[in-house]
Design a protein around this ligand. Structure first.
Ligand SMILES: C[S@@+](CC[C@H](N)C(=O)[O-])C[C@H]1O[C@@H](n2cnc3c(N)ncnc32)[C@H](O)[C@@H]1O
Length: 488
């Protein structure tokens, strides 16, 4: 309505009305961490609204600023209500390589798009944001004053303005080579902030129940977004551990369940992971974690079970499977077996014997089983999101396990050391498996040669776990992870 009034005021045609309403450009300001995960996250969130990612020309994935076409303000709001990779979004009014180019661009922006936000009875403020450079307060004020060519008619209100505008200057991504003048400048109307606050509010440092390999909060939310988890979905984690991924999925309204081979973890008993605490307390479990964040009603259950021997009935069960399988050392890759696999019964014995034992569960089998399980138990369009450990010197894309029923959606690297990384793999179920015998289907997945690891690679892969674990140290000043960042 406001826009229509603007158009009538300026006597534009229907064509122009249509164009300026649908040809708005939006500027997304992205956080500069987890850079590899940003595009798949935004794409996934857009696809939840049936929208595709349509960047403007000269799009640079690594840039902190993306200009996007073909979206409505509702689309942008819905992305910002979920993203942990983007900081803020703006309706872009102008941009350029210099302030003079920005001025020309702003003066060309349709008045009818601006005027509803510049009116006399409204209040506003202008922020200045600089990427890769810190400006003195006076310099910021000068930059704001220089924008007087825009006809702001409302009153300035710094505390509670009706409209917020932002001048954003990009000084490049090299902290050792910061130019005097910005490389690019944008001006726009602020629409919404992303959900970066979740990284702090859900930090594992303050979580009720944690373990050595509890997944970092930011990455857990990124995984839930790559999986397109939404309200009323049923999400499953077959290597659930302390349930960090269930916490993130339930935040988006999904019902959550999981399994783990470790009885102590599932029952929240045994040795504590916090440095100053010997044994786990009476209510340290996954359900209590969900209760901590107000989503206990979405807790279905967790069970002790071996992922190599799924316990589920046949058929599609889960809207998403999201998991962090074991890599080695701290949480050993074990599965259950039977002594009859290694001990031969006497020749005259006719009965069936089963003495459960623990056997090595090789990385390649873990991923084959996971893909095969997902092919059978995801709904069509459902997503599998999981971490794949990588020995970097030998990695190539062909090594990522494939399954005929699962389409590879994205593959993002998180570097852990010069030789190791883990890749966040997102796959989407596109068809039902052929009605083959279980064993035949099980070995249908394409195995990564790097995952059939000879000893030297296995040593590197095993070291991944030690890079991602973070014993919590509790001091009189609070608790801190020993190794909060991944370092080599
Ligand atoms: C990397 S941890 C998962 C951590 C979890 N995402 C969290 O936030 O706590 C891997 C988990 O897989 C479990 N695991 C190992 N082998 C398993 C198997 N064969 N079946 C099921 N779970 C297994 C381990 O006990 C461990 O809890």
């Amino acid at each position: 309505m406001r826009f229509l009034a603007g158009c009538i005021l300026h006597g534009n045609s229907n064509m122009a009305i249509h164009c300026s309403r649908t040809c708005l450009q939006y500027l997304i300001h992205l956080a500069h961490d987890n850079v590899d995960f940003r595009l798949p996250e935004i794409r996934s969130l857009l696809s939840l609204r049936g929208k595709s990612f349509d960047p403007c020309e000269n799009f640079k994935e690594k840039s902190p600023f993306w200009r996007l076409n073909g979206l409505s303000e509702e689309d942008v709001n819905s992305i910002m209500a979920r993203t942990v990779c983007a900081k803020s979004a703006f309706e872009l009014w102008g941009h350029g390589r210099t302030h003079s180019e920005l001025r020309t661009s702003l003066l060309k922006y349709p008045t009818e798009n601006m005027s509803p936000f510049l009116q006399k009875d409204s209040t506003y403020k202008i922020n200045v944001y600089t990427f890769n450079k810190t400006l003195e307060f006076e310099d910021r004020i000068k930059k704001i004053d220089a924008m007087e060519y825009l006809s702001f008619e409302g009153r300035v209100n710094l505390k509670n303005p009706k409209h917020i505008f932002c001048l954003l200057e990009d000084y490049g991504t090299d902290p050792n080579n910061i130019p005097d003048e910005p490389l690019y400048i944008y001006f726009g109307r602020w629409i919404a902030d992303g959900q970066r606050e979740l990284i702090r509010s859900h930090s594992v440092k303050n979580r009720h129940f944690i373990g050595n390999t509890s997944m970092d909060a930011g990455l857990s939310f990124i995984m839930a977004n790559h999986a397109r988890v939404k309200a009323h979905d049923l999400v499953y984690d077959p290597f659930v551990g302390t349930g960090s991924l269930l916490v993130a999925c339930s935040h988006f309204g999904a019902y959550v369940c999981g399994t783990d081979i470790d009885y102590n973890t599932i029952h929240g008993i045994g040795k504590a992971s916090r440095k100053n605490q010997k044994w786990r307390g009476p209510d340290e479990n996954i359900r209590a974690n969900l209760r901590q964040y107000g989503s206990e009603k979405l807790y279905v259950d967790v069970l002790v079970s071996d992922a190599s021997k799924p316990i589920w009935r046949d058929g599609m069960l889960f809207d998403a499977i999201i998991t962090d399988p074991p890599y080695g050392i701290r949480e050993s890759t074990r599965r259950t077996g039977s002594q009859k696999d290694s001990v031969k019964p006497p020749e005259d014995y006719v009965g069936d014997s089963h003495v459960p034992v623990s056997m090595a569960y090789h990385l390649s089998d873990i991923f084959t089983d996971l893909l095969n399980f997902s092919a059978h138990h995801l709904v069509i369009g459902g997503r599998l999101v999981y971490w794949l450990p990588i020995y970097r010197p030998e990695y190539c894309e062909e090594m990522v396990p494939l399954n005929a029923c699962l389409r590879l959606v994205s593959n993002c690297e998180q570097t852990l050391s010069s030789h190791t990384s883990r890749r966040l793999i997102t796959m989407e179920k596109i068809k039902e498996p052929e009605p083959l015998g279980h064993q035949a289907a099980r070995y249908g997945a394409h195995l990564s040669p790097s995952l059939r690891a000879p000893v030297h690679r296995q040593t590197h892969l095993d070291s991944i776990t030690s890079l991602i674990t973070f014993p919590i140290y509790v001091t009189p000043f609070g608790s801190f992870p020993r190794c909060y960042c991944f370092c080599s």
